[in-house]
Design a protein around this ligand. Structure first.
Ligand code: NAD
Length: 390
């Protein structure tokens, strides 16, 4: 089979830079029907040990400490931005201006204004874009969408979304870039609420009105060490700095289809460790999914004679599951979703067509986020208006 070679530059080689790089390396073994072959051309990171790892363990051909060099590299067709959020704007726009297709980790910039400028620049440059809303690609999330679209739940009346993680629950957790407005942008409303609301809009359509509130519960954290991540801990005697974005955001929303929704996102609570979860309720049924049990979908169909929630296990009858493991109830994991996402994006690049989710979906979310931030300030309901710029 004829396959296009797609040279890739990964910018930022932390958690997600490595996750995407592992995907590109194993895509040939997982997707035999692919129309392209990914090539790990260049990796850019400011931390030397990560650059060494990129060459020695991941097989990148080259590394650079200055990301600008990677943008104009002749072997690169696709730039993958996995750096801290407030660096996204400069990096993505530089890539688009030299005609590279861009995949940017969510949320595409740290603030709604930045996302707007990024989307506009990429549209003007005519490049293919992708945003890292990887949970869309969970096979059972796809199945949930099919059930909702087919009307199996009847009319949707209410939607409950949440992203509860504990990555910021320890007050000794380092003051990494995520906790600082000038590096991470807004807090959980940018970081994890974006995932939750993106899934809600995928499953239940646009959001038209919102009221929301946020809070920062842990206001000081130990200063970070170079190369540290938000999972590293400091010591009680370490010097501390101020947390400048929110730990918590909660919202009540109205969807365009008339249903109502509630959302909560928190990084500092104790208990739920990674509950990226939703519940959808309709006039004839309900379903629920939770990343902590990503191979299970809870389904309630009112027409069933045996009433009650049943558990549907993942398996190769759902999209892409069988690329990883055959049969029923054999599990897949977080990075498998990233690999499906990367395969979808590179397939779109090879076919020169739009990818979903693109920066269009990123704009849809930040339009809701902008209304939520207005509501937090005004303490009133706010209409969602698109902030996309012509
Ligand atoms: N889709 C998801 O599920 C998911 C999960 C985690 C993170 N993310 C997103 O991925 C992005 C990266 O997050 P992470 O958790 O991988 O962060 P991380 O802190 O683990 O990694 C960031 C990397 O960027 C590097 N870096 C910093 N400044 C740089 C510069 N000027 N040039 C080149 N490299 C630079 C750092 O050295 C580090 O290796 C963020 O936008 C985040 O929101 C998405």
């Amino acid at each position: 089979m004829r396959r296009d070679r797609i040279g890739i530059a990964v910018i930022g080689f932390g958690w997600m830079g490595k996750a995407h790089s592992r995907s590109y390396a194993r895509i040939p073994m997982i997707f035999p029907d692919r129309t392209y072959d990914p090539e790990l051309a260049v990796c850019a990171d400011t931390v030397e040990s990560r650059r060494v790892d990129a060459i020695e363990s991941f097989g990148f051909r080259e590394t650079v400490d200055d990301w600008h060099v990677a943008m104009s590299h002749p072997d690169v067709e696709v730039v993958v931005v996995c750096a801290p959020n407030m660096l996204h704007e400069e990096m993505v726009i530089a890539a688009a201006e030299v005609g590279k297709h861009v995949f940017c980790e969510k949320p595409v910039g740290g603030t709604p204004d930045q996302t707007v400028r990024i989307e506009k620049a990429c549209r003007a440059a005519g490049v293919i874009t992708g945003v890292g809303y990887n949970y869309r690609f969970a096979p059972l999330v796809q199945y949930a969408k099919q059930l909702i679209d087919d009307g199996d739940l009847g009319s949707i009346t209410n939607y409950r979304g949440r992203f509860f993680t504990m990555y910021g629950a320890d007050p000794l957790g380092l003051l990494s870039w995520r906790f600082q407005l000038d590096q991470g942008g807004h807090g959980v409303s940018t970081d994890i609420l974006s995932h939750s609301m993106d899934l809600a809009m995928l499953l239940n359509g646009p959001i038209t009105r919102v009221v929301g509130t946020g809070e920062t519960f842990i206001r000081q954290r130990p200063l970070p060490k170079k190369g540290g991540t938000h999972y590293d801990r400091g010591d009680p005697d370490d010097p501390t700095g101020e947390v400048t974005n929110e730990d918590y955001f909660g919202a009540l929303v109205v969807f365009a289809n008339g249903s109502r929704g509630t959302f909560e996102a928190s990084r500092s609570m104790i208990g739920p460790e990674s509950q990226m979860a939703f519940d959808v309720y309709g006039t004839r049924g309900a379903l629920g999914w939770n990343l902590e049990k990503l191979n299970e979908l809870r389904l309630y169909l009112a027409d069933d004679s045996a009433r009650g929630y049943t558990t549907v296990f993942g398996g190769d009858r759902y999209p892409y599951h069988g690329n990883f493991v055959p049969g029923d109830a054999n599990s897949i994991g977080f990075e498998d979703l990233v690999t499906i996402e990367d395969h979808e994006f590179l397939s779109a690049v090879a076919a020169d067509r739009k990818h979903v989710a693109s920066f269009d979906e990123a704009i849809e979310f930040v339009s809701v986020q902008a209304a939520l931030i207005r509501s937090w300030e005004s303490a009133r309901w706010e209409d969602v208006v698109s902030i996309r710029e012509e």
